[in-house]
Design a protein around this ligand. Structure first.
Ligand code: NA7
Length: 535
């Protein structure tokens, strides 16, 4: 079929992009590999999945009607409620008639002669469009560990991002969780409530902070609703669009008492405050970061009864906040339960998965077999570029995007790639992530602006310039200098040892402030997109 625009993905980005392009009068269509809308919130149905951003700061802000009619029920919305919300949005805006579900895009090739994209689906069908918008998410390509025997396990096993739709009852079950990132932490604290035994296989501990979730009553929602303009205005001002923003003071500009009091207050308050609302230098100054890490380590020691276990839960190879901070609810207390066991796989590596469970061993110890009914892989994603790598994307010179980005992504504003005309990325590499729907709304509005401009001026080909890409990529790299997080292996620095070629750190994210990012993009729009090659 022929469309004006094809959008890949029906998550938060794709849904809003479809709505905006339709409002322009374009014939836009989404191809979505899942059977329903929701993207991240469709796929990640693992137990305990929920927001780490305050619900009322996370929903769409563009429609008064949506804001008026939707009630959040928890400060940090659980996945089922969020999926319900995105279905509500899709219904309200009547989006489904322009979405094809169970339709995985496998290839998209630019056609210079006709100035359009030929998009191929897994079923072999081809669809053409002048514009291609990738709304495929930075964390949507799940990766399984490479462990021998992984297919031999006879019990139930799955990755957290591929959980079955029917909830699993863990009661009386012997459960293993491999991985202790943000997903693993949410899974562990939930499964521990009912499983007969829970064994956690940890390679690297992460620094976690308390979430402090709670219900939102009807009365509270009635108080929140009139504050939406103020809430969203605040998100626009802060560094990463969260409600939290850094304390302008340096860690050592205050007395030790003031410092400890501030950290106590942050540790006791909701959401990302400990990470995003801390002293301004905690992610750049080693001493400041070490002092904060020491404070959090003390908290872990207080909360975990067995001090040998506490020691294993305290990270030693990175400081607090230099990786994505998992937010938790009684996570550390889980390790005080008699039915929970922590296996440090740096000490006793997993040898193989067997028919009945997991065998660990290592040089210093004799092999030990654990039997399980369920193995949960909370082993993360081929982040940021992985979802692009899965599609055979080819630009004007026939070059594959995957090959073009071999040494790391090169983008213009995180939105365009040189040689890929009329392709726009929403939440591509080199954009500001943060409180992601806020970034998405801005990104989508900006892309819609370019497309409107091209339509209004009878332009059919829009591409960034090599100089623009060089400048932006250099700028993004420069912004990352001095950040402690860029000295650490994590999905944020492009590391995933389960994927070939993802073992060298890259600068994959824009780490400047969201207001600065918007100012730069606004300037391009106000300049009539003269920085692009438009024809
Ligand atoms: P993460 O944060 O990438 O965590 C993955 C976890 O799985 C992490 O603890 C890894 O240990 C562990 N892992 C990965 N591969 C293996 C193997 N082969 N063996 C053992 N353990 C392994 O992914 P999440 O899904 O938790 O979170 C991703 C983001 O999604 C999150 O930050 C939110 O923004 C939403 P490692 O640390 O690599 O030693």
């Amino acid at each position: 079929m022929q469309f004006d625009a094809i959008i890949i993905g029906a998550g938060i980005s794709g849904l809003y992009q479809l709505h905006c392009l339709r409002k322009l009068g374009l014939k836009a269509h989404i191809f979505e590999s899942g059977t329903g809308v929701g993207g991240t919130w469709y796929w990640n149905r693992y137990p305990g999945a929920r927001f780490d951003s305050e619900s009322y700061s996370y929903g769409y802000s563009f429609s008064q009607e949506l804001l008026d009619e939707w009630d959040w029920t928890e400060h940090f919305s659980p996945q089922p409620k969020t999926l319900e919300y995105l279905n509500f949005v899709a219904d309200k805006l009547d989006l489904r008639r322009d979405i094809t579900f169970s339709a995985r895009v496998t290839a998209a090739h630019w056609q210079e002669a006709t100035r359009d994209w030929h998009v191929t689906l897994e079923d072999g069908s081809r669809h053409d469009a002048r514009f291609l918008i990738t709304a495929i998410g930075p964390l949507s390509a799940p990766t399984m560990p490479k462990i021998e025997g992984i297919d031999s396990f006879r019990g139930l096993s799955c990755h957290t991002a591929r959980f079955p739709k029917e909830p699993i009852d863990f009661t009386g079950k012997r459960v293993a969780v491999i991985g202790t990132g943000a997903t693993g932490v949410q899974t562990i604290q939930e499964v521990a409530k009912t499983a007969r035994t829970l064994t956690i296989f940890q390679r690297t501990p992460n620094w976690c902070a308390p979430l402090h979730n709670g219900p939102i009553t009807k009365q509270e929602m009635a108080e929140i609703r009139p504050r939406y303009p103020e809430i969203f205005a605040r998100c626009q001002e802060t560094f990463s669009c969260f409600l939290h923003s850094p304390d302008p003071r340096g860690t050592f500009e205050v007395t030790q008492e003031e410092r400890e009091a501030k950290w106590e207050q942050l540790y006791g308050s909701k959401g990302f405050g400990m990470w995003q609302g801390n002293f301004r230098d905690i992610l750049t100054d080693r001493k400041a970061n070490a002092a904060l890490s020491d404070f959090v380590a003390r908290k872990i020691r207080q909360r975990v009864k067995d001090q040998a276990t506490a020691t294993r839960l305290i990270p030693t190879n990175h400081g607090f906040g230099t990786r994505r901070v998992p937010l938790e609810t009684r996570y550390y207390e889980v390790y005080n339960q008699p039915n929970v066991r922590l296996v440090d796989i740096k000490q006793t590596p997993i040898e193989r998965i067997t028919e009945n469970g997991i065998r660990v061993g290592g040089l210093k110890t004799t092999a030990e077999q654990f039997d399980f009914d369920i193995i949960i892989y909370a082993t993360g994603f081929d982040a940021i570029t992985g979802s692009f790598d899965r599609i055979d994307l080819r630009g004007a010179d026939g070059l594959r995007l995957k090959d073009k980005w071999k040494g790391g992504p090169q983008t213009w504003l995180g939105v365009q790639v040189e040689g890929f005309p009329n392709m726009f990325m929403v939440m591509g590499p080199h954009t500001a992530l943060g409180n992601i729907p806020r970034s998405i709304e801005y990104n989508v509005d900006w892309v819609t602006g370019v497309i409107r401009h091209m339509r209004d001026h009878g332009l059919t080909r829009g591409e960034c310039t090599p100089a623009g890409v060089q400048d932006w990529t250099d700028h993004v790299k420069a912004l990352g200098e001095g950040l402690l997080s860029n000295e650490v292996d994590s999905w944020m620095t492009g590391i995933n040892r389960n994927v070939e070629g993802k073992t060298e750190r890259i600068v994959a994210r824009y780490s400047g402030s969201a207001p600065a990012y918007r100012a730069r993009c606004d300037a391009v729009a106000e300049g009539g997109y003269r920085e692009m090659r438009l024809a």
